[in-house]
Design a protein around this ligand. Sequence first.
Ligand code: CU
Length: 213
Amino acid sequence: MKICQHVLRSATAISAATALMFTAVAANAESYKAHLTSLNTGKIGTSAQGDATFKVVGNDLEIHIKMTGVPADIEHWEHFHGFPGGQNATCVTPDLDKNKDGYLDLGETEPVSGTTMVPFNDKPEEMNIPTHTYPHADATGAYEYTKVVPLKALQEKFGEVYKGGSIDLDKRVIMVHGVPEGHALPPSVGSLGTIPSHVTLPIACGKIEKVAD
Ligand SMILES: [Cu+2]
């Protein structure tokens, strides 16, 4: 009887310790999320929305982005945008249409959203923005992007490009871009360097937030 009680007590102690261990692990796991809402809806005739999650799992950053209502059958550039100086980025609002052409173009997002930083394409850790490896929407205007990124490589590259900066996800926004090439945009719609404006026109944005432990 005495032995039984001892075993029982040990078992209770072990499960308490296990529970504590799991709590500690959960507290250390960083995760972030963003809900994306549409931009330029009135002009492009589609209303994009979606959700993104970012999870630090071991040495990796697991990224999942799911969008609906985006222009169908084309590639969509998507990135996180932010400020190298550590300022908090937010999504552009209609009052920031500086040239009043009715479009919120990439340049007009910059005062609040910052610069194009990390692409969600086939290799985010290379931080190579102009590629054709971004997700492609299906015929219904939906896509899903899942990527496991080596976090150390991404942080190193980011620190190289933004001189000692860190990715600081909760200070960034995620932006999705792109309307079909045939969609006529006025010349007042700006872009990034020589990249055509239909590729970079923002169609959705979401503030990245840390998920509470
Ligand atoms: Cu972008």
